[in-house]
Write a protein that binds this ligand. Sequence first.
Ligand SMILES: [Zn+2]
Length: 244
Amino acid sequence: MSVYVNAEPSSLTQLGEGQPLPDLDKSFHVLSATLKKGVPYCLKILSTNVKYTGAGDVDGVTMFAFNGGGAVKEKYQQYLNFIRHTNADASHVNDWLNTSGDALEKDDDGDGQNDLSCCMGFKQSGATAVNNTAGLDLITTKAKTDAAFNILQTNRQQVFICKYLEEYETRRPWAGRANACPGFGFIIIETAGPSVLAHEWGHCQGLVHRDSPPGNQNVMHSKTGGSGRWINSAESAAFMPPAK
Ligand SMILES: [Zn+2]
């Protein structure tokens, strides 16, 4: 078992060896890490490094001391610019940012086997822009797909929101589409599932589909409708680097 904790260094309290923790949520004994104020970090604390410090620490509260040894990584925040077609609803942007970041960050099976924790999240950069190009609310042809990608230019941090997106080769409806792998920018439909944003970002970072068992819970699965939450170590590494 591993315990993952998000912590702001500004709220960390440096404690001496064996000293009880006054506030379990905000205080960590960090043995060998240089932390910067105001930067979010993920602390991976292994259960083997957690010890019970006794009943007398704080009245009525069971206290544990983290005995060091955990990996400390700065949490990476990927900023995205959203452009919605004037007929498309952008009210789910915050949900997508939160649910996709949550899917990447959490070790959902709890043992690091089928799913790992990727120490990153998504944030919106600026306000959602509006595009009123006729016909790009319903993207059903290659010409319209190309036109949408042209709006995104060559910036992989740009996201175009439409009402409906069809894979023009097979006429199947899609929840999102990146223009290349690795690529620049992606299209997402207004009703996209919780992990579609993470899935398309994965394509922008060069990840391909992974449908193999256990399969249908993978973020990079081709047919989950954007509900997958599992990533492996190679995917975790690929999601993290900043856009180039
Ligand atoms: Zn895909």
